[in-house]
Design a protein around this ligand. Structure first.
Ligand code: GLU
Length: 513
């Protein structure tokens, strides 16, 4: 029997979830789901200089909030799913999270004793050595190598120290690091990558990487290899920026005598001008997109297509998370960088908005409406469920992000200031305009409550307009909205109701005299 698929998303908590990180997490999640495997969330927090209070919790919250709930590893304490799972341990250092699964701890800063043990093993077997070189010496070495047009690399000076000398210098309190002893004679290091095919790097081009820093903390390289092995990770799916590190990892697997996992390196996300996706050119944090009113489902759908497509000539673009899991395959993951085009995201978001029920859209849009002053100051009768459902009904078709709800339709919440010069239809006189408005007022006064629906009002007004649509409907629409552009008058009339409709027509008529 082949062993079950186990993948991990292993972020370093830097304060927010980057959209590139979301893509990595998503591909891991999809691959695990497709193969009924485990999706592990491991936290790589061994870089103490980058420690930020609360960053880990907010990262886990973003991930879970968007629907990528791990099956194993770190979870939020308040996670509703967690009560159904056996919590295996609580984090010692992070009060907001706990862990599920038998391969923990899943937070690297809580695994230091493990890395220490494996670093000692490597030293004992000659695959690693202690290095006492000062910063000054290393800087000088780098300068010399750069001047000679050589790739900067440690020159193995400390690799030949005797174990007695090493012991003496440690006893004397001299600071040291542990370095990987790259066997230069090893020649080509070849590994297979699910995205890039065979990758080959010569051992001469691999530096004697620091594995343990002077503060005793492991570097990413040692910690991730040890963890991936101990956590029985079968596939390492991560960003392309880690590709140059992989030969070092392959050497570590060899040094330990472990079988390496299968690697898949995902290409960079690019700005539309093909530069690397950067904060300067737009938002990169998942939270920024959610707070602008992009739906988690749309963001997931969008991110899935950054470097993947369903193939086989499929033109389907709207995919739910489970449909994505079913369709996902590394054979369809691209080698070329993926352009982060927010116009596509807008389009997808609009598709999800259109597909929602009015009730659901109202519920999701309400938190955004509550932040608008025109809504806050609106009378209570314009905040009822019925009223808001009508507002949402006429806005749904054109809405791209939830945060824009109401912005083009403020006249549904406050009485508009109508500019009388806007009321006449092309070349019409104020008298002709007043006549059209009087006519509309008379017709609308006679409409019964049961006929005051979007459809009926549309029929009644179109019939009344006859051939002269613009002459009749334009002044009415402006009278009701005060705006150059707005939904058709029947829609506005339906939302604001008969009383306000008639009073707005009367005000417009007064302004014409
Ligand atoms: N901690 C690394 C990061 O922040 C993880 C790299 C990997 O997946 O091996 O991206």
């Amino acid at each position: 029997m082949t062993s079950p698929i186990r993948v991990r998303f292993a972020p370093s908590p830097t304060g927010y979830l980057h959209v590139g990180g979301l893509r990595t997490a998503l591909y891991n999640y999809l691959f695990a789901k497709k193969h009924q495997g485990a999706f592990i969330l491991r936290i790589e927090d061994t870089d103490r200089d980058r420690f930020l209070d609360g960053a880990l919790e907010s990262l886990v919250r973003s991930l879970e909030g968007i629907g990528l709930v791990p099956t194993e590893g770190v979870m939020l304490l308040e996670d509703p799913n967690i009560s159904e799972r056996a919590v295996s341990r609580h984090s010692d250092t992070y009060p907001g999270v706990s862990e599920v699964g038998s391969h923990g701890p899943y937070i690297q800063s809580e695994r230091l004793h493990i890395y220490r043990k494996y670093a000692e093993k490597l030293i004992a077997s000659g695959h690693a050595y202690r290095c006492f070189c000062s910063r000054e010496r290393l800087d000088l070495l780098r300068e010399k190598q750069t001047a000679n047009h050589e790739a900067p690399k440690y020159d193995k000076l400390c690799a030949s120290l005797s174990s007695e000398e090493v012991a003496d210098r440690i006893a004397a309190g001299e600071p040291s690091v542990v370095r990987l002893n790259v066997p230069r004679e090893r020649g080509d290091i070849v590994f297979h990558d699910l995205v890039r095919g065979d990758v080959c790097i010569h051992a001469n081009n691999v530096d004697d990487q620091i594995l343990v820093k002077t503060d005793g903390y492991p570097t990413y390289h040692l910690a991730s290899v040890v963890d991936d092995h101990l956590m029985e990770v079968t596939h390492v799916i991560r960003g392309e920026e880690w590709l140059p590190s992989t030969p070092k990892h392959v050497l570590l697997y060899e040094a330990f005598g472990w079988e390496p996992p299968i690697f898949a390196h995902l290409t960079l996300l690019l700005n539309p001008d093909k530069s690397k996706l950067s904060k300067r050119q737009g938002d990169v944090a998942v939270e920024d997109y959610l707070s602008k009113g992009y739906l988690p489902e749309a963001l997931i759908n969008f991110v899935a297509f950054l470097g993947w497509n369903p193939g086989q000539g499929s033109t389907k673009e709207v995919f739910s998370l489970s449909e994505l899991a079913e369709a996902f395959d590394f054979a369809q993951v691209n080698k070329a960088g993926a352009v982060f085009d927010t116009r596509k995201l807008d389009w997808l978001n609009a598709q999800y908005i259109k597909a929602m029920t009015v009730e659901e859209l109202t519920r999701k849009a309400l938190p955004f409406l509550r932040q608008k002053t025109y809504f806050v100051s609106a009378p209570d009768e314009r905040k009822t469920d019925d009223y808001l459902h009508r507002v949402v009904t006429i806005g749904q078709e054109r809405l791209t992000v939830l945060s824009a709800i109401g912005d083009e339709h403020t006249f549904l919440f406050t009485e508009p200031d109508v500019d009388p010069s806007l009321l006449p239809w092309k070349g019409n006189s104020p008298e002709e305009t007043a006549e059209a408005l009087e006519n509309a007022k008379r017709i609308l006064t006679d409409v019964t409550d049961s006929d005051w629906t979007r459809e009926r009002l549309g029929e009644i007004l179109l019939e009344a307009a006859g051939e002269k649509r613009g002459d009749f409907l334009w002044p009415l629409r402006v009278a009701l909205s005060g705006a150059k552009q707005s939904p058709p008058p029947q829609d506005i009339a339906w939302v604001i109701g008969k009383t306000y409709t008639l009073s707005r027509i009367s005000s417009a008529l007064e302004s014409l005299t």
